[in-house]
Design a protein around this ligand. Structure first.
Ligand code: ATP
Ligand code: MG
Length: 565
């Protein structure tokens, strides 16, 4: 295991902040923010941004705000706001009394827009959305000026006021910044800063029928909150000149924007638009489906706060985009769960075993260790009796080479119990499937060791049939079959790469009875099978588990190879 091999790394943003503090820029203050749009659930990419913003603030004794960039009433919902707050808290961060909404600033933003008009820096434009696009030009061709660009300040003020009053229909008029239709940067070609939207906003209701564009609202919100380091992803690099322009024209407080590369993770997608599609079209059971890369999905799958924070620290922060191997995320999870999970036994695909020489009425309690990594977690008693279940996979009628588990005539160890030897088996007449084994046990091997020191090559987990709890167990694979499902050929639909085996439900599994009172959120290692957690569908006596992750750590292998060990 790579434990302790990893050393916290610094990153270029931390270095910028250190330098700024040294030079007393912003009076040595550090004030960041995490600014989600409430138009979907947060995913693991957002966790990177949350850990970065809240982490840097706390490291330098600063503050971090949570601000909802809620400028688009048609795509936003209160459900998303609540889920986002919940997820940030779950990651262990606290915004104190600094929960803000861009919509809190709508009056102020309107005033700033009026100011731009008065300075001759904004105009009301009557071009349709399609015409605005046509006039915009391309990367190689300059744009064309709108015929409405020369309107007088007075006329602009009047029209903008009437836009606000609801006199015009959606799409008929916009307010645009008057910058430069020939600018090389397309964002500077007279961008729209206000549009008419006759939509009810989740916080301001019907007070407004014009809404500021994200680019206008975002930089001014940062300014109003006196953010020092406005950290965002690379796609906003091209927007920085526009933000600078707005703040300079208005002559208001100016944060420093710093861009970093977004997280991409293999075998999944971190695009809200595509995740919404998966949810709305029913490809998954909801935002918190354990296959989803959302924080609510990861949580339901059994991911811990610690593992996600560890992952975000390890991936670091850079300017260049890359695809992070999902095996690293799983590795961080295993490291955490290995330390903390109680070990128990469960059988996923049961095969009945009758121990023919074991007394019919005997019940023994076998002492089992709860966590070999942590002796403090103690031991427990697991009942053993004449009929048990083992895993179907653990028996072969004709064992191939290197199969050391149970087979006719072969002896193995039952974990914490006895050596047993297979003496007979029964097949289903129709299917030919082995449905029952007959074994003998050696009473002298109680606890799992033979006094004559004879060896067996396998140790199997088991469940006493009379005491077993029945459970449904859900096994997961990656959501997509393609390593980078975001990288598509033209015209290809990402949904063709959805993994048809991403969810496998096993209805009749058996769990040891010590888990009788387990509750959603509890987690365990099922010996030899992986880490599992109790799903919230566990109600009315029905037990449902999710496999969080298997035991096989492919990342540890990759790391070893890289180090040439
Ligand atoms: P949209 O494409 O709908 O704007 P978004 O993923 O950018 O979605 P936001 O709610 O705007 O969603 O994101 C909030 C913050 O999280 C932003 O600062 C954004 O830069 C950051 N963020 C989003 N996705 C990632 C990612 N994959 N990696 C790192 N940071 C991200
Ligand atoms: Mg965004």
């Amino acid at each position: 295991m790579a434990e302790n091999e990893y050393k916290p790394q610094t990153n270029f943003i931390r270095e910028i902040i250190k330098e700024d503090i040294k030079n007393s820029k912003y009076g040595g203050r550090v004030h960041t923010r995490f600014p989600p749009e409430p138009n979907g659930y947060l995913h693991i990419g957002h966790a990177k941004s949350i850990c970065l913003n809240f982490g840097l603030a706390s490291e330098f004794g600063g503050l971090c705000n949570l601000r909802f960039d809620d400028t688009n009433p048609t795509k936003e919902e209160v459900e998303y706001v609540e889920s986002i707050k919940n997820d940030v808290r779950w990651l262990g961060f606290d915004w104190g009394d600094r929960l803000f909404y861009a919509s809190d600033y709508f009056d102020q933003l309107y005033q700033y827009a009026v100011q731009l008009i008065k300075f001759g820096n904004a105009y009301v434009c009557d071009l349709s959305p399609q015409e605005i696009r046509d006039y915009r030009g391309t990367l190689t061709e300059p744009g064309k000026e709108s015929p409405y660009r020369k309107r007088s300040v007075g006329e602009n003020l009047d029209l903008f006021e009437r836009m606000r009053a609801g006199e015009f229909e959606e799409g008929f008029r916009t307010l645009r910044a008057k910058i430069d239709m020939k600018a090389g940067n397309l964002n500077m070609r007279d961008p729209v800063i206000y549009r008419i939207l006759k939509a009810t906003h989740h916080r301001t209701g019907d007070k407004w029928c014009i809404y500021p564009m994200y680019d206008f609202a975002h930089c001014i919100s940062d300014s109003i909150e006196r953010i020092t380091h406005s950290i965002c992803t690379m796609e906003f690099e091209d927007h920085r000149p526009l933000y600078d322009w707005f703040l300079d024209q208005l002559g208001i407080y100016h944060p420093q924007q710093i861009e970093f590369a977004r997280l991409n993770l293999s075998y999944t997608l971190l695009s809200k638009r595509k995740l919404i599609e998966l949810v709305e079209r029913g490809y998954v059971r909801g935002w918190d489906d354990p296959r989803m890369p959302t924080l609510s999905g990861l949580r339901r799958r059994g991911y811990t706060t610690e593992s996600i924070r560890d992952f975000c620290e390890r991936i670091g922060v850079a300017k260049r985009e890359s695809l992070v191997d999902i095996a690293l995320l799983e590795h961080c999870l295993r490291e955490d769960l290995n330390k903390r999970s109680p070990r128990v036994m469960a059988v996923l695909r049961p095969l009945k075993v009758v121990i023919v020489n074991y007394p019919d009425d005997l019940l023994e309690e076998m002492e089992a260790i709860n966590n070999p990594e942590d002796p403090g977690m103690g031991t427990r008693k697991v009942p053993f009796s004449r009929v048990i279940y083992i895993e179907k996979d653990d028996f072969r009628e004709e064992p191939p080479k290197k199969f050391y588990r149970l087979a006719p005539g072969r002896e193995i160890r039952l974990r914490y119990a006895y050596f047993i030897k297979c003496v007979d088996f029964i097949k289903d007449e129709k299917t030919g499937e082995v449905i029952e084994l007959h074994c003998t046990y050696d009473a002298a091997t109680k606890g799992g060791d033979a006094p004559d020191k004879r060896k067996v090559k396998a140790t199997l987990h088991w469940i006493s049939a009379a005491h077993a709890l029945e459970a449904e167990i859900r096994l997961y694979e990656h959501l997509f079959t393609k390593e980078n499902p975001g990288d598509l050929e033209e015209g290809q639909d990402f949904k063709v790469y959805i993994n048809p085996n991403s969810l496998i439900t096993l209805k009749s599994c058996y769990i040891e009875p010590t888990l009788r009172n387990t509750e959603p959120g509890d987690f365990y290692q099922f010996e030899r099978l992986g880490y599992f957690c109790v799903d919230p569908d566990t109600i009315n006596g029905k037990l449902v588990f999710n496999r969080t992750v298997t035991l096989k750590d492919t990342w540890a292998k990759i790391e070893k190879m890289q180090k040439g060990k």
